[in-house]
Design a protein around this ligand. Structure first.
Ligand code: ADP
Length: 503
């Protein structure tokens, strides 16, 4: 294989398989695969069985300074700064093709380090790679304007120019797509990047960068820093004048910290934070469709998705019927080690998540919530497995109602009127996604406009796509990713006034 590196240890994916060559044990700065300056490393663990999947450099702020410097030099001095839009597009296309070609191997790495079922991991590779393809196409359409001037001797010209160095901080729940969604747009715009992947899932990120190296991006254009101590590096990104933009996907708490901390440098910031998505089923809904969508929206990635349905609001007439149908499907879900083909739900990512989900369920139960299915750990499978769970009668003072669950728990509330449910749905400081099911066209348009969220699924539970703008309102974030809007996060608008023209 192209990437075989004799120094790389053979890493075990499961009892019967070994990884091939995309597993990296070094980080990548200025075109070189390197160790941390301290030579420290940290281990990557498979959450399904606690086995070590790999080990990567535990870099510190000095290493990150090198990465930022490399990205700055590449932006200002390397051939990259002179690349045409078409050349950037071609490189992105090469990267896309390589990711596609190596999709199976990347899926295996992702499934092993995140616990995600292998079929979902394959789906994420296709979904995530669609951003590289999309932005390869968009790279050639970053148009400016010529605006009619009020003065006879002037032309108003507007250009879009790349920001400079962009720092991309990504979470573990979509180890590939959260990188490609940012990196595709940044590179299409002409920025250079420093990626800081999540400590739980650095191997997928490194594999992606390995393929970018093969695609031929010039040295310093793409850098990646791995660490299990993110805060000092986040601080550097916030404070360094050489970093012109930060794009972050992760917790609201860290997002707020980055926002505050980068304010001094008036830095471009794009934040994709947590949600608290309502999933409303009206009496007019097609219940079969609604139940299928509920399963897809709730249980994908074991519920560890920021757009996952968080609060299920069921209208009084269909409440019991919906629960019956849902229960039948939830009972049939197969939980287990994600490397097995038929498994639909894997483990939670780590013990912090596991404890959070367990404690939220206990909290709801103690406040009057009624467990209809699950509501307990699945110890026989491993330490981090939690049963798919359905709880009804969830009171509004339960954490399940007001906080993002990030686990396989359907939390149900009954409602009577449309007005009441809109008020309840919007009574949240977050506003990422919202879903509702109705066959009444008047209601569809009305409710879609009234929900205070950045994305609405109408009779649909999975809404993310490379072509569509992803992002939230309120405390769910700033900016959009994907679609042609995604490029805006990485460009500056420059106005050129051509004066004293004689026509
Ligand atoms: P989660 O709770 O889902 O792990 P986090 O917001 O903690 O979400 O993590 C998302 C990403 O942000 C990860 O890459 C993590 O390492 C990184 N991160 C966490 N804290 C900081 C910080 N203070 N500065 C920069 N990045 C951080």
């Amino acid at each position: 294989m192209l990437f075989c590196n004799s120094l790389r240890p053979k890493l075990t994916l499961s009892a019967t398989r070994t990884f091939s060559c995309l597993v990296q044990s070094k980080a990548f700065i200025n075109g070189n695969w390197i160790n941390a300056s301290t030579n420290e490393t940290f281990e990557v663990i498979n959450p399904a069985n606690g086995r070590i999947v790999g080990s990567v450099p535990n870099m510190n702020v000095n290493d990150a300074v090198q990465a930022v410097q490399a990205a700055k030099n590449a932006f200002e001095q390397s051939e990259w700064s002179k690349f045409t839009a078409k050349e950037r597009s071609s490189l992105l296309k090469k990267w896309f093709n390589l990711i596609e070609k190596n999709g199976n191997e990347i899926s295996e790495i992702m499934s092993a380090e995140s616990g995600k079922p292998i079929n979902e991991a394959r789906g994420e590779v296709a979904y995530g790679n669609a951003f590289i393809e999309w932005f390869a196409e968009e790279a050639r359409r970053i148009y400016g304007d010529i605006i009619p001037s009020a003065a006879k001797d002037r032309e108003i010209i507007v250009l879009k120019q790349p920001l400079g160095v962009a720092a991309l901080i990504t979470p573990w729940n979509f180890p590939l797509a959260m990188i490609t969604r940012k990196a595709g747009a940044a590179l299409a715009a002409g920025c250079t990047i420093v990626i800081k992947p999540a400590e739980d899932t650095p191997l997928t990120a490194l594999a992606l960068v390995k393929l970018a190296e093969e695609a031929g991006f010039p040295d310093g254009v793409i850098n990646i820093v791995t660490t299990n101590n993110a805060a000092p590096i986040g601080d550097l990104f916030c404070k360094s004048p050489d970093v012109r933009g930060i794009s972050f996907t992760g917790s609201t708490e860290v997002g707020k910290w980055l926002f505050r901390n980068s304010s001094d440098g008036i830095k471009r910031i794009s934040l994709e934070l947590g949600g608290n998505a309502p999933f409303i089923v009206f009496n007019t809904a097609n219940l079969e469709k609604a139940v299928d969508a509920a399963i897809a929206s709730k249980f994908r990635n074991c519920g560890q998705t920021c757009v996952s349905a968080n609060r299920f609001f069921l209208q009084d007439e269909i409440h019991n019927k919906f629960i019956d149908l849902l229960k039948q499907k939830v009972e049939a879900l197969k939980v287990g080690d994600g490397s097995k083909q038929d498994v639909q739900i894997g483990p939670l990512i780590n013990s912090m998540q596991f404890n959070k989900v367990s404690s939220y369920v206990e909290d709801a139960r103690s406040k009057g919530g009624k467990i209809l299915f699950g509501g307990r750990p699945l110890e026989d499978l491993g330490k981090l497995f939690y049963s798919p769970t359905i709880i009804s009668n969830v009171p509004s003072n339960a954490k399940l109602y007001s906080e993002e669950i990030f686990g396989p728990v359907v939390s149900i509330v009954k409602f009577k009127t449309e007005e009441e449910v809109i008020r309840a749905a919007n009574n949240s400081r977050r506003g990422l996604a919202g879903y509702f099911f109705s066959e009444n066209i008047q209601q569809v348009f009305r409710v879609a406009r009234l929900l205070e969220v950045g994305m609405v699924g109408v009779n649909e539970g999975l809404i993310s796509a490379a072509e569509a703008p992803f992002g939230g309102v309120k405390e769910s974030g700033i900016g959009r990713e994907g679609s042609h809007h995604g490029i805006d996060e990485y460009v500056e608008i420059k106005y050129i006034c051509m004066g004293n023209l004689k026509y």
